[in-house]
Design a protein. Structure first.
Length: 397
């Protein structure tokens, strides 16, 4: 799998994504800290996070259109430079202690808007750089970059903010964002071809949605991704903290250990998928992994002790890592080159774009009954897998 790192174009893409992810964690820590310093309000922190997440969700499909129309390279370059420029201004304001709350909200909006263009472009770039039989390895290592950034980014950003202040962290954010854009400059920028985006932006979005809707397996895959993120992500991200607080004497240590177990499992799963070809009877295989994820969510809610929860989270992470790597690779292989940006933007919208909704719903359900959150999420996932299995096109994909 790691032989793909000898490909200079792939290595540039991997590094660009890693730099962008690291910039995101530095931004999150720095902005949240500055908002608390200015207001002392948790509500204001939630507001500034919403200022980033809402434009990312709203503009994600247009980011896919831009990738199909102008090429992923151009889209990533412009998004990285714009974000880097705005973050550099915020860094100067923070370092001179003159930053105001509205400027932080504006900066958060820019982060969300540029992410809406950068993320689908980086995903749709991969099939242009590697052969079809290398997609599994490429996606597996991109998944590992996300895990590595999650571990390193938040930890290093916290140290930087504590040691030298949020302004310095925003400066690193700006530098990493610009670097992420510049790294893709050497990559080829061939157009999407005759099927690329050529009409009005709204018309191109509509064409992308219709393209997915008419392809039954592709449509089913996006629906399953959406349900998994609404149900599983909400249960894990919102339910685990509540579970650790209410059930386990280790408290925050239990929560950190559970998330670490999930990350380790996801890493193992990504590597396993990256080193093996697509399984035979792929549709049935993916349906089985979705059913296992539902069972894992239910098992996490039932875990009577921390060791049991760790085992469940490792297993859940392995299945999630395998499923994500195979499914994204399959979607990239199935999609027409001129539609890659829009299909990947729909995939990202079904996952990242739904996070605010998933967290809000999970929070409301957990506040009423924590057990209902885990069981309800598991049932939703199992019913979705069952419904998808009724389609012959899905079973035979």
């Amino acid at each position: 799998m790691f032989a793909i790192l000898r490909s200079r174009p792939y290595l540039l893409l991997w590094t660009a994504q890693f730099a962008s992810l690291m910039a995101g964690f530095f931004n999150y820590v720095a902005i949240a800290w500055l908002v608390l310093q200015l207001t002392g309000s948790n509500l204001a922190v939630g507001g500034v996070l919403a200022a980033a997440s809402v434009p990312m969700a709203v503009l994600m499909l247009f980011g896919g259109v831009a990738s199909d129309r102008f090429s992923p390279r151009t889209t990533m370059l412009v998004a990285g430079l714009v974000r880097g420029g705005v973050m550099a201004v915020l860094a100067v304001l923070a370092l001179t202690r003159s930053v105001q709350l509205w400027e932080l909200f504006a900066g958060a909006f820019v982060v969300g808007a540029t992410s809406a263009f950068f993320v689908p472009a980086s995903t749709s770039m991969l099939p242009r750089l590697v052969a079809a039989d290398q997609l599994h390895a490429g996606n597996a290592l991109l998944n590992l970059s996300r895990t590595a950034a999650m571990v390193l980014g938040s930890a290093v950003a916290g140290v930087v903010v504590a040691a030298v202040g949020a302004g310095a962290a925003l400066g690193i954010d700006a530098t990493a964002s610009v670097l992420a854009g510049l790294l893709v400059l050497p990559l080829r920028a061939d157009g999407a071809g005759p099927a690329g985006a050529t009409g009005s932006p709204l018309g191109d979005v509509r064409d992308g949605v219709l393209y997915v809707w008419r392809d039954v397996p592709l449509r089913a895959a996006l629906m399953v991704i959406a349900v998994l993120n609404l149900a599983a992500l909400g249960a894990i991200e919102v339910g685990l903290p509540a579970l650790a607080f209410q059930r386990f004497s280790q408290g925050a240590a239990a929560l950190g250990t559970a998330f670490a177990a999930w990350g380790i499992g996801s890493t193992v799963g990504s590597i396993l998928a990256g080193t093996r070809p697509t399984p035979g009877r792929f549709g049935r295989f993916m349906l089985a992994t979705f059913a296992l994820i539902g069972a894992g969510v239910a098992a996490a809610g039932l875990a009577p002790s921390l060791p049991v929860l760790i085992v469940v989270m490792v297993a859940l992470g392995v299945v999630e890592g395998v499923a994500t790597t195979y499914l994204i690779s399959w979607m990239q292989q199935r999609t027409d080159p001129g539609m890659q940006g829009r299909v990947m933007s729909l995939a990202m919208l079904s996952s990242v774009g739904l996070e605010p909704v998933a967290f809000a719903v999970a929070g409301a359900v957990a506040g009423h009954d924590l057990g209902l959150l885990f069981w309800g999420s598991a049932v939703a996932i199992e019913l979705t897998a069952l419904g998808a299995s009724l389609s012959r096109s899905v079973r035979q994909m």
